[in-house]
Design a binder for this molecule. Structure first.
Ligand code: NDP
Length: 454
């Protein structure tokens, strides 16, 4: 049977674009991508990239304050959201066109519209055309969701936050995960009065407990009104456009804006997957094996839509591995172990490997922790503390986890991740010479365990 394409990718985000480019440029595949919104996907258009630019913008407030302590005669005139928004929009448009150009340069055809699955080898476009393909890759990502009782009442998600016409004076952020904590720090840094409600006992569930407590304390010290063990009970849009909320502690409060950062769901609604026989999980994620293949042999899926690890570099690796396997004659399984990640709070929180609790569940551990005031902000009179932590297997001496809360922690963890991936022991860390004077040197200078099992 001849097909219109060797590969049809639904979704022009990080994972889908990488797969199509590699399949076309290295595997000689006739490949196409359908994207209904903007090329680049969540990461480029309404995720990592605009978020990181907002993190930079927010960081200048503290930097200007510190500059004064270092002798600079500077006066901040306040933050102008309009100026930033215009530059942000221009940058995203530039990146979107880079994505499009790179895909096209690799020989990938782009259909700027929605595509759905008709059968295991056929996709239909919104304009009525349909195409056959030997392989179909679902790379439609995820989307933020607002819990049911509050949906449709005018609150924002991270999709809208980059599109605000003006910054609110006050905002309530609901959630305690990556997105909630990052935007709490960003918006507080930009001068917004931020309240954050988290339903559990401590934010960043799943991260190491010392990291969680340290981040929460630093966020609170910077002025984020963080309320744990607190959830929304009611949400009402007032006639002036503001919001009135009541919470589980019985308080009634008003905010200019409400942002739900309560998780993301796989984008699989009305995609024709069930009709084509593709198995989905209870949460709507496409179920795949280690090769990113679904139960329908011609249909594969990568990235957030599979709900394995919702991170851009993971989606890219999965897309690349898929293209190598199917079109490059190089069977490759993406490796989901020891994946480092960072939460861009202020300071950043970064992590690789096991938490203390996870490691201890497998055997005795030695825990090394260092907390200190970094030189740069201490000189400026700030009390901000950083934290470095190593979780070490007491039997093998292997470093099982590294957790850092510090400015540039995300940059540090990338390199720690190489060491941990290689199986470095605490003795390897100890015999590594420090780079002085840095914050990162502390990671090779911790000698006395803070806690030791057995
Ligand atoms: P997360 O899963 O990280 O956090 C969701 C938060 O919302 C949790 O605190 C959760 O609480 C809470 N929550 C869920 N449902 C409800 C509800 N019904 N009512 C109240 N609270 C609720 O999701 P995010 O949306 O923050 O981010 C999604 C994913 O995107 C992340 O997991 C991450 O993989 C990725 N991401 C990565 C970033 C990075 O690399 N820097 C940045 C942003 C996103 P509980 O803990 O109790 O379940």
């Amino acid at each position: 049977m001849t097909f219109d394409y060797d590969l049809f990718v639904i979704g022009g985000g990080s994972g889908g674009v990488r797969a199509a480019r590699i399949a076309a440029s290295e595997g000689g595949a006739r490949a196409a991508i359908a994207e209904e919104y903007r090329m680049g996907g969540t990461c480029v258009i309404r995720g990592c990239v605009p978020k990181k630019l907002m993190v930079f913008a927010a960081g200048y407030r503290a930097a200007i304050d510190e500059a004064r302590a270092y002798g600079w005669q500077v006066e901040a005139q306040g933050f102008d959201w309009g100026t930033f928004r215009a530059r942000l929009d221009a940058e995203l448009t530039r990146l979107e066109s880079v994505y499009t150009r790179n895909a096209e340069a690799a020989g990938v055809e782009i259909h700027s519209q929605r595509a759905t699955l008709v059968d295991p080898h056929t996709v239909a476009l919104a304009d009525g055309r349909s195409f056959t393909a030997r392989h179909i890759l679902i790379a439609t990502g995820g989307t933020p969701f607002v819990p049911e009782p509050f949906d449709g009442l005018g609150a924002m998600t991270s999709n809208e936050v980059f599109l605000m016409d003006e910054l609110p004076s006050s905002i309530l952020i609901v959630g305690g995960g990556f997105i909630a904590c990052e935007f709490a720090g960003i918006l507080q840094g930009l001068g917004v009065e931020v309240t954050q409600y988290y339903r559990g006992a401590q934010i960043l569930r799943g991260f190491d407990d010392d990291l969680r407590h340290h981040v929460a304390a630093e966020m609170a010290a910077q002025g984020v009104a963080l309320q744990v063990d607190t959830d929304l009970v009611s949400l009402e849009r007032l006639s002036d456009g503001r919001f009135a909320v009541t919470d589980t502690r019985g308080a009634r409060r008003e905010f200019d804006r409400v942002l739900f950062a309560t998780g993301r769901r796989p984008n699989t609604d009305n995609l024709g997957l069930e009709e084509a026989g593709v198995a989905l999980s209870e949460g709507g994620a496409v179920i795949v094996d280690d090769w990113s293949q679904t139960n329908v042999p011609s249909v594969f899926a990568v990235g957030d839509v599979t709900d394995r690890i919702q991170l851009t570099p993971v989606a890219i690796r999965e897309g690349h591995a898929f293209a190598d396997t199917v079109f490059g004659d190089r069977p490759t399984k993406p490796d989901h172990t020891m994946v480092a990640s960072a939460v861009f709070t202020r300071p950043e929180a970064a992590t690789v490997g096991h938490t203390e609790a996870e490691a201890r569940a497998n055997g005795p551990v030695r825990i090394f922790i260092s907390r200190f005031r970094p030189m740069q902000s201490a000189f400026a009179g700030r009390d901000a503390q950083v934290m470095m932590k190593l979780v070490v297997c007491a039997e093998t001496d292997r470093v099982l986890g590294c957790h850092i809360v510090a400015p540039a922690a995300a940059e540090m963890i990338q390199l720690a991740a190489v060491a941990l991936k290689m199986g470095a022991t605490k003795a390897d860390f100890d015999r590594t010479m420090a780079v002085h004077p840095t914050m990162a040197e502390e990671i090779v200078l911790m000698r006395k365990p803070e806690r030791e099992d057995g």
